[in-house]
Design a protein around this ligand. Structure first.
Ligand code: FAD
Ligand code: 2HG
Ligand code: ZN
Length: 485
């Protein structure tokens, strides 16, 4: 395993689980809700990348909000640290315990509570798997405003808690826009009913926004109400190649101008990313003729006029080729081809896992600077590792991945703090969409001023009232040791 922050120490004020605790939880949740099985615990202690690993002895699976509330109230009174876990697909080490925290997973809370076809508002429990919500809505003629490669496992509660971005943000905006309400349970067991379904509600602070993207540090999300758009009949996908990064940027601007309202995704990968997918994912082939291009762009349009939308995208492609912005391109002819294009882009995290050890950086950067970092990183690292770049270009979000045969502190020393300093200097964000987790909690100052960090810490204490002093802060004053973990 990757060497996690050695500066983080277990806070001795947190208790160790006792047999009495187990008895209490069994009475509350029944045998099914109290998991102590070694295999199940091993999976829950290990993150998706197999990079971060905790040593929890207990996984709790509540079936309703009241049980979540009772669990937290009890843990608070016993000073037992807890970590909320959803689908455990997070990429920053936030979903697994750092030490022996009790893992609380709301995966059994997976009911759809209501769906209003007129407003498009879906209300569901936080443990619903994103893909299940997508298929439920598909049957109703609607879509989720959120889609990501981890949809088969991630839970809507986890999505909200990480403010996941994904592949449709360009079109439907962030969850701060589409989540209309939440129910959450604070660490002392208080249930906060913020489960509104209204588009407009300016009565006081809109507290749900603090929970969106707070990574479980403020409480456990138990219910979500979300605004979903109707499914539109015409979806078209193009896979293009550009020879240089400047052309990619110009193409984005052109796409916004010419495809405007129907543009629903603008994703990119560089040639190293493409080679990686071709090498490690079965059955994937480059849809473009065999010559290697420097950049690949996936463009998706979603609209309601099949003939017009297709012609529009075809004309855009033709014009982009004629003007020299695009070296080559192909339009998906059917749904299978469309999903094979998406598979190239969505399969990248998996391909990287198969390639060996990976250092992941999820950055927001000014578009014109974005690829400079990739090139500088290549010079910085040399031949010891491969620098692979892809991401949500339409959102200014770069996924910079450094792939190496094995984790190696010499490689890490070349990457960090260089990558964070570079991002900070260019006023970017060190966490565009994945969150801070264990990986970046202590790096928050690269993106946020000392005053804002202080306020976040004070706020956290104010909400939790868990421990009366600041002794549960670690040496770095990082927020990972705060209360819920
Ligand atoms: P987990 O990983 O279990 O937890 C994530 C964080 O949320 C943790 O801090 C956890 O404590 C907290 N948490 C979980 N559930 C709750 C809850 N109910 N209440 C309070 N806190 C909770 N992310 C993107 O933003 N965009 C992408 O395009 C994207 N693509 C991905 C593709 C792949 C293949 C993979 C593996 C990951 C991807 N991710 C992406 C990252 C990840 O899937 C998202 O962060 C997702 O939202 C996490 O949801 P989860 O249910 O798995 O949460
Ligand atoms: C994606 O967009 C995810 O595919 C994962 O956010 C990014 O693998 C990554 O670095
Ligand atoms: Zn992403």
């Amino acid at each position: 395993f990757y060497s996690v922050a050695t500066t983080v120490h277990r806070n001795p004020l947190f208790s160790i689980i006792s047999p009495d605790d187990i008895s209490y939880f069994k009475t509350l949740l029944g045998e099914r809700g109290v998991v102590q099985d070694a295999l199940a615990l091993d999976a829950a202690n290990t993150d998706w990348m197999g990079k971060y690993r905790g040593s929890s002895k207990l996984l709790l699976q509540p079936k309703n909000t009241e049980e979540v509330s009772q669990i937290l109230k009890y843990c608070n009174s016993r000073c037992l640290a807890v970590v909320p876990q959803g689908g455990n697909t997070g990429l920053v080490g936030g979903s697994v315990p750092v030490f022996d925290e009790v893992i609380i997973n709301v995966g059994l809370m997976r009911n759809i509570l209501s769906f209003d076809k007129v407003s498009g508002v879906l209300v569901c429990e936080a443990g619903c798997i994103l893909e299940n919500l997508i298929s439920f809505l598909d049957d109703e003629g609607f879509i989720m405003p959120l889609d990501l490669g981890a949809k088969g496992s991630c839970q809507i509660g986890g999505n909200v808690s990480t403010n996941a971005g994904g592949l449709r943000l360009l079109r439907y905006g962030s969850l701060h826009g589409s989540v209309l309400g939440l129910e959450a349970v604070l660490a002392n067991g208080t249930v906060l009913d913020m489960l509104g379904t209204l588009r407009k509600d300016n009565t006081g602070y809109d507290l749900k926004h603090l929970f969106i993207g707070s990574e479980g540090s403020l409480g456990i999300v138990t219910k979500v109400s979300i605004l979903t758009p109707p499914k539109l009949s015409s979806v078209n996908i193009a896979f293009l190649a550009c020879e240089d990064y400047t052309s990619c940027q110009k193409l984005l601007l052109e796409a916004k101008k010419k495809l405007g309202g129907i543009l629903s995704a603008f994703e990119f990968l560089d040639s190293d990313a493409m080679s990686l997918v071709l090498k490690h994912l079965d059955g994937v082939r480059n849809p473009l003729p065999p010559s290697i291009h420097n950049f690949y762009i996936l463009i998706e349009t979603t609209g309601s006029n099949e003939t017009f939308d297709k012609e529009n995208l075809e004309a855009f492609l033709l014009h982009s080729v004629e003007s020299g912005l695009v070296a080559n391109g192909v339009l998906a002819q059917d749904i299978n081809q469309a999903s094979s294009f998406w598979h190239i882009r969505e399969g990248l995290p998996e391909a990287l896992m198969k390639a060996g050890a990976v250092y992941k950086y999820d950055l927001s950067l000014p578009l014109e600077k974005m690829y400079d970092l990739v090139e500088e990183m290549r010079v910085q690292i040399g031949p010891a590792a491969k620098v692979v770049a892809y991401g949500h270009l339409g959102d200014g979000n770069l996924h910079l991945n450094i792939s190496a045969p094995a984790y190696d502190d010499n490689i890490l020393a070349k990457i960090e703090p260089f990558v964070y300093e570079w991002t900070s200097k260019n006023r970017g964000s060190i966490s565009a969409e994945h969150g801070l987790g264990l990986m970046k909690a202590a790096k928050i100052h690269y993106s946020k001023s000392p005053e804002t960090v202080r306020l976040m810490i004070d706020f956290d204490y104010c909400v939790f009232e868990l421990l009366p002093d600041t002794s549960c802060l670690d040496d770095n004053h990082s927020i990972i040791c705060l209360c819920l973990s």
